[in-house]
Design a protein. Structure first.
Length: 337
């Protein structure tokens, strides 16, 4: 009997192909109830959404959780650690895709792309005479957080669009910033006051929640644009709605939200100066292939007794829950992976 991996939400088919080639049985239940019912059979789980303590407690065999993406705030990592279940993530697999999406949102909001499309379809040719459009070239981009995605966006904006780029990150090395075409902002407040576009690239933690709150938004220019492809909780959405509704900022492009799935009746959905996408920044076909492959390889390694790369809490590996069943095929495949 082989080990079993539960794929909780759809991923690129290459993930299941790699698992099956390693002799691992793949389960792909859909919906919370089906996932809950399948958890007792799981030696591994690949997850794109949340995994709470209730589901973890329903999986006595679970030996590894592979998070399809970088952020693990929707997984109860602390409870998994108490149970001795290592959690992995996939930094770098979708970095360029997310940076491209952030750049797309900047351009689409500044050039009123969605409104222009709607006007054209309705035959409103006079739209071009009454709508304000902004160019990004020569303007200032403020990047909040200088991780992998923030770095790539700095390069794209400075070298591709000729933007002045300011970055704010407590631990950023000025030499690394310069290599990406950016300079360090003197402070977060200084970045907000200078930026024409503010793009968020921070993980969601207690100390980063509502990085962009009412006080921060009050410091921004009335022509400024907010972009978020990181985590919805980085923005106080009520404060952002007020700023957009009152015209205190020009617009926003959001791929992530405080509550997901996003509710179509939410106040944000009624605003014309915000562009919304359903958490798809990292979902290019190339990025999905890379992320699914990395998740599968992490599962194969962990179930074969080999420490996988990119553990969220590496110390858990030393006191991990061992797999109840390990396929000889999956173990032997490690030498070829």
């Amino acid at each position: 009997m082989s080990a079993t991996c539960l794929i909780a939400q759809p991923i690129h088919p290459v993930g299941a192909e790699l698992l099956r080639a390693a002799g691992i049985t793949v389960l792909e239940p859909r919906g919370v109830d089906a996932i809950r019912a399948a958890m007792p059979e799981a030696d591994a789980v690949i997850v794109r959404d949340g995994l709470n303590a209730e589901l973890l407690d329903a999986a006595p065999r679970l030996a590894v959780i592979a998070n399809h993406g970088t952020g693990t705030d929707k997984i109860d990592v602390a409870h998994a650690a108490r149970l001795g279940i290592p959690v992995t993530c996939t930094p770098g697999a979708n970095t360029r895709a997310v940076a491209e999406h952030a750049l797309m949102l900047m351009l689409a909001v500044s050039r009123q792309a969605v409104a222009a499309d709607g006007a054209t379809r309705r035959g409103e040719w006079a739209f071009k005479y009454r709508q304000p459009f902004l160019s990004l070239s020569g303007r200032t981009l403020g990047v909040v957080g200088f991780g992998r995605t923030g770095r790539v966006l700095c390069e794209m904006a400075s070298r591709g669009l000729g933007m002045r780029v300011l970055a704010w990150s407590p631990n950023a090395d000025p030499r690394d910033l310069a290599a990406c075409g950016a300079t360090a902002a003197a402070s977060f407040d200084a970045l907000l006051q200078a930026a024409d576009v503010v793009s968020l690239h921070r993980p969601l933690r207690a100390d980063t929640r509502h990085t962009l709150d009412a006080a921060a938004l009050r410091q921004m220019k009335p022509t400024a644009i907010v972009v978020n492809t990181s985590r919805g909780g980085l923005i106080d959405e009520a404060a952002l709605c007020a700023a957009l509704r009152e015209g205190r900022i020009f617009g926003a492009g959001l791929d992530v939200f405080e509550t997901e799935p996003f509710a179509s009746h939410a106040e944000l959905a009624a605003l014309a100066n915000v562009l919304l996408t359903p958490h798809v920044a990292g979902s290019s076909q190339e990025a999905l292939h890379a992320t699914a492959s990395q998740c599968a390889q992490q599962v194969i390694a962990a179930l074969g007794g080999q420490m996988p790369e990119d553990l969220v809490r590496p110390e858990v590996w030393l006191r991990r829950r061992w797999p109840v069943v390990v396929s000889p095929v999956s173990m032997s495949s490690l030498s070829h992976s």
